[in-house]
Design a protein around this ligand. Sequence first.
Ligand code: MG
Length: 270
Amino acid sequence: MKLLRYAIGDERYVGVLVGDEIMRLGIRNMAELMGADAAFVETGVLDKLSEARSLPPLTPGKILAIGRNYAEHARELGNEAPGEPLVFAVMPSAVIGDGDVIEWEAAMTSQVDWEGELAVVIGRTARKVSEEEALDYVFGYTIANDVSARDLQTRDKQWTRAKGLDTFCPLGPAVVTADAIPNPQNLRIRTTVDGVEMQNGSTADMIFSVRYLIAQLSRAFTLHPGDVILTGTPAGVGKAQAPPRFLGDGSIVSIEIEPIGKLTNPCRVL
Ligand code: MG
C-alpha cells in the first residue's frame, strides 16, 4: 500500500495511491494508521493525483540518522568504514515534502550536498528489540534527502547545523507499507542533480542492515510510532566529485527508490 499525505486547496488528507488516483481515507494524519487500535476508514472519495499537492508524509517525533553506512561512500570522503553504526540526530523541523524548496542563506553555507537515502518509518513502540523481530516494528518506508552543508559539517565538528537546517530533510513522496517491502535490503537508490545521475547504489550494500539498525537504536532510545531512521547514503555525493560539486540556486535534486517513487526538490539560495 502506498500512502500519501496531500492537500487540495486548504484541506489536508491522507490517502492510498491507486494508479493516478488517491483513495481518500477518513484520517488527518498517518499516525492514526499506526499502533494496535489503528483504524482504516475509506471515505469512498477518489482524488486525482494531478490535483493533489504533496505534503511531507508525516511529522517525525525524532529522526535518527546513520553516517557512513555504505563502505564506498565512507571511502569517497576519506573516512574509515565504521565498526558500529555512527548515529546522529536530525531536527524534525528540517522536514519538507516532495516538491518543496530546499533553501539556505549564502552567508550560512556555500557547500550544500545531496544524500539520497532509504528512510524507515517506525510503527510500534520499540525498546530493546532483537534483530530477528526488528522489522515487525516498521510501519513503512519512504525516501529521504539527508541534505548536508559540508562546510558547517567540517567547521562545527558535529552535524547538528550541517544536517538540521530548516528544509534540509526532504521526505516522501509516499510511505510504502512494510508488507509491500518484505526485504528492505534489495532496493536501488538513484539520485540525479539537474537530470545528471550522481548516485546509483543498492541498499544491499549497507554495512548495517535495517534490522540491525533498529535493534541497535532501540537499545539506546525508545523508538515511537512516527519516528524515522535515515539509513545512510551510497557513494556519489557532491563533495566527492573532482572537482567537488554542490547544489546552487535553481538546482533540482531527485531521488528515486523503487517501489516508493521519486522525491524531487528544487533549491534556492537566499
Ligand atoms: Mg546521510
